[in-house]
Write a protein that binds this ligand. Structure first.
Ligand code: GDP
Length: 203
């Protein structure tokens, strides 16, 4: 079968939710996962990318927030919404459980082609972000860092943060790219689509 040249992210449909790696859909085809602290703008970014007002809201319905949520683009390609981490109110034990499932998924899922990590441009590279980056590094997983809500900063300040984060990641051995993103202004959507095409289609 020949691969399509590009993927239509607007065709994304909710597929299923899974609490653990074992419960995930069949480990075939290719997928890219989205991760970020709660409130980083992950749902908004997925909705902007897929041009669907409430697709990622599915991941926020009570009972689904701690699950790995799968969206299919077609029979082969998927986007994956990982549980938002960093909720202060969650007991330590539950947090550790999530982290275990997340790292299990990131380290052992064969279909996984890359990780999109979303960070608020005003507070990048928190301890949680660094943990995720470390797991991606260990798994040799390509990374796309999105500095979200870029509209909240003036252009110069946003560019400075972009350069600073790039510099901080200079020692990262893997395939990592950093970009500005704003759901509000649809900034960075084409760049993200191109990166996803590259990761999913191997272009
Ligand atoms: P999630 O918890 O990571 O899924 O975050 P949400 O997508 O729900 O966004 C958290 C908050 O940030 C909401 O109040 C959004 O309206 C706001 N937000 C998300 N993206 C943007 C953006 O690009 N610009 C601005 N100004 N606000 C945003």
């Amino acid at each position: 079968m020949t691969s399509p040249q590009t993927l239509n992210y607007r065709k994304a449909q909710f597929l299923t939710s899974a609490p653990t790696l074992a419960a995930c859909p069949e480990d075939s085809g290719a997928e890219v996962a989205f991760a970020g602290r709660s409130n980083a703008g992950k749902s908004s970014a997925i909705n902007t990318l897929t041009n669907q007002k409430s697709l990622a809201r599915t991941s926020k319905t009570p009972g689904r927030t701690q699950l790995i949520n799968f969206f299919s683009l077609d029979d082969t390609y998927r986007l994956v919404d990982l549980p938002g981490y960093g909720f202060a109110k969650v007991p330590e034990k539950v947090k550790l459980e999530w982290q275990r499932h997340l790292s299990d998924y990131l380290q052992n899922r064969s279909a996984l082609r890359g990780l999109v990590l979303l960070m608020d441009v005003r507070h990048p590279l928190t301890e949680f972000d660094r943990t995720m980056i470390g797991w991606a590094d260990e798994s040799e997983l390509p990374l796309q860092l999105l500095l979200t809500k870029a509209d909240k900063l003036k252009r110069g300040a946003a560019m400075n943060t972009l350069q600073k984060v790039k510099r901080e990641l200079a020692g990262f051995s893997g395939d990592v790219q950093v970009q500005l993103f704003s759901s509000l202004q649809r900034q960075g959507v084409t760049e993200l689509e191109q990166r996803l095409n590259e990761l999913l289609l191997g272009q």
